[in-house]
Design a protein around this ligand. Structure first.
Ligand SMILES: NC(=O)c1ccc[n+]([C@@H]2O[C@H](COP(=O)([O-])OP(=O)(O)OC[C@H]3O[C@@H](n4cnc5c(N)ncnc54)[C@H](O)[C@@H]3O)[C@@H](O)[C@H]2O)c1
Length: 219
């Protein structure tokens, strides 16, 4: 599920056609319900990876005045409310299936290291990502009786289209703050952690940083 048909078509081609695209907005209950139904038609939906998100930047008080409340709300709505919307509807679809290897399903959410080390201008994004981290354990506890696990990944800086607009100087500074490996993370490394989470039944209710030991400083 996402909002870019071009990127979806490219991904489906890379997967040899073994995927479908359900366009929609994660904050809209009907859109997510439709996406869950589309996934269900492909077979058992046992894994959900919640990646939809947007990054925004804006200081609480700048020359233009205080950050518009609508900016803060939009960031929290897409990242946090959208994630919860997907979790609740996916869990409903998983809950009535028979368990497979002990689990009815695994839900993986995406936070960010900004949840713990948010920088200047990141109050909205950090709040949204901290919300995702904070709801991980209660969601896992709620869904334990349905044998559904919930785990959150908190990435550092990864080479995806999200950071295309980050100025080179800022990007270099962030990479310099990543002790080892001193580079951007690769999407395949995120995928590899997702694979491990799915296959390891003891991982539940946890937030895992994936960041090469990066800690965002004051800048
Ligand atoms: N790239 C990084 O450095 C980084 C670091 C930490 C966390 N993250 C998080 O990882 C996740 C994936 O981001 P990415 O880096 O792949 O960026 P991306 O911009 O490539 O992917 C984000 C996706 O979310 C989709 N999206 C945005 N708003 C949506 C909405 N309302 N409904 C449905 N889909 C929507 C976009 O269409 C896009 O496909 C995000 O949650 C992001 O916050 C990324």
């Amino acid at each position: 599920m996402g909002r870019s048909p071009e990127r979806a078509e490219k991904a489906i081609a890379e997967l040899g056609g073994e995927a479908v695209y359900a366009p929609g907005d994660v904050t809209q209950p009907d859109d997510v319900a439709k996406a869950v139904a589309v996934a269900g038609r492909m077979g058992r939906m046992g894994i959900v990876v919640n990646c939809a998100g947007l990054i925004t930047a804006g200081g609480v008080l700048s020359r233009g005045g205080p950050l518009p409340l609508s900016e803060f709300e939009r960031t929290v709505r897409v990242n946090l409310v959208g994630t919860f919307n997907v979790v609740r509807l996916a869990a409903e679809a998983m809950a009535d299936k028979p368990p497979l290897c002990g689990d009815r399903g695994v839900v993986i959410c995406t936070s960010s290291i900004a949840a713990q080390d948010g920088q200047r201008g990141q109050a909205a994004y950090a709040a949204a990502k901290a919300g995702i981290a904070g709801m991980t354990l209660p969601l896992a506890r709620d869904l334990a009786r349905h044998a559904i696990r919930v785990v959150t990944v908190a990435p550092g800086l990864f080479a995806t289209p999200m950071i295309d607009d980050v100025p080179d100087a800022v990007r270099s500074e962030l990479v310099a703050g990543t002790p080892h490996p001193g580079r951007l993370g690769r999407p395949s490394e995120f995928a590899s952690l997702v694979e491990h989470i799915v296959s390891n039944p003891m991982l539940n209710g946890e937030v895992i940083r994936l960041d090469g030991a990066a800690r965002l400083g004051f800048s």
